[in-house]
Design a protein around this ligand. Structure first.
Ligand code: SAM
Length: 282
């Protein structure tokens, strides 16, 4: 199905309404190849009809299929390396020290806020095992959220093809924390049980999500327009505990999100501590 004049603008509006995703005119191929088959399946003869179907339809399955199709799920275990080094050697040790100083229980809450097919939260779980070994006496929660339901279901299964495992830059850890099963390799139970999954649109209020020691908000800000992106950064900042850290993607920064977002570099990763506003910046 080909886009007709004026239909790209309607598809752009639809992507913004459903997921806050900003599609520019160069994404025409994505609409035609990913949304064309969905439009045909539900009996639409053009994209104009699909737009009005999504506006006035309560067909949740159709809306979910469209969200799945317009979102990009590219991810990899230990993506970019540096943030996971920073997690292991700087962020977690400091969070643990801060909690100990305050006499708090041995608890850690970490949010992977656009977790795609699960490589990011599982990589976080592996780092926790590497740092704290058997995790005895620790209450650890990794909350993994994404807007795309089928993607989240795949993440929860925790089974990956051999090429997904091979793409990781940490082959020794992949060997240690994955076991062969029918259809690929499954992340071991001791890591899998640390993760809780939740479908969530980041541009809507985070109802009941709670407070976190560390948030990974990586490779998702790039899809949003400036104001919702700034608002998201501030709301995510608000979910952090006073000693909490925020990690964004290698191609992302929070320079325009407010004075509380002062970049720090640790282990070559850019991270933020928005609750610790430097004097004179508040
Ligand atoms: C490129 S992946 C990033 C995965 C992982 N964080 C990483 O850095 O490898 C982007 C993810 O953001 C999700 N996403 C896009 N828009 C979203 C929204 N409005 N709310 C929540 N998740 C969203 C997509 O479904 C996709 O899984």
């Amino acid at each position: 199905m080909q886009l007709r004049p004026g239909e790209m603008a309607l598809m752009r509006q639809m992507a913004l309404q459903l997921a806050g995703i900003s599609l520019d005119d160069s994404k025409g191929y994505l609409i035609e190849t990913r949304l064309g088959p969905i439009a045909e399946r539900v009996g639409c003869t053009n994209f104009n009809e699909l737009y009005f179907r999504t506006r006035y339809s309560a067909n949740k399955e159709l809306l979910q299929d469209i969200v799945e199709a317009i979102t990009t799920h590219e991810t990899i275990f230990f993506r970019d390396g540096a943030p996971f080094e920073a997690l292991q050697y700087k962020l977690l040790p400091e969070v643990i020290d801060a909690r100990e100083r305050l006499g708090q229980p041995r608890k850690l809450r970490i949010w992977s806020a656009a977790c795609s097919t699960g490589q990011e939260p599982y990589s976080i779980g592996i780092v926790l095992h590497e740092l704290l070994r058997d995790l005895k006496g620790w209450d650890i929660q990794i909350i993994a959220t994404d807007i795309a339901k089928a993607t989240l279901q795949a993440a929860e299964r925790g089974i990956y093809a051999s090429h997904d495992i091979a793409r990781s830059a940490k082959p020794a850890l992949m060997k240690q924390y994955f076991e062969p099963v029918d259809g690929g390799f499954r992340v071991v139970d001791s890591v899998r049980k640390l993760v809780q999954w939740r479908q969530m649109n980041l541009l809507e209020p985070f109802s009941g999500i709670g407070q976190f020691d560390i948030v990974f908000l990586r490779n998702v800000l790039i899809y949003f327009e400036a104001e919702p992106r700034r608002d998201l950064a501030r709301r995510v900042g608000d979910t952090l505990l006073p000693h909490g850290w925020l990690v964004v993607g290698a191609a992302e920064n929070l320079l325009d999100a407010g004075p509380q977002f002062v970049p720090q570099t640790h282990c070559r990763a850019t991270v933020y501590q928005p609750k610790l506003v430097p004097a004179g910046k508040a």
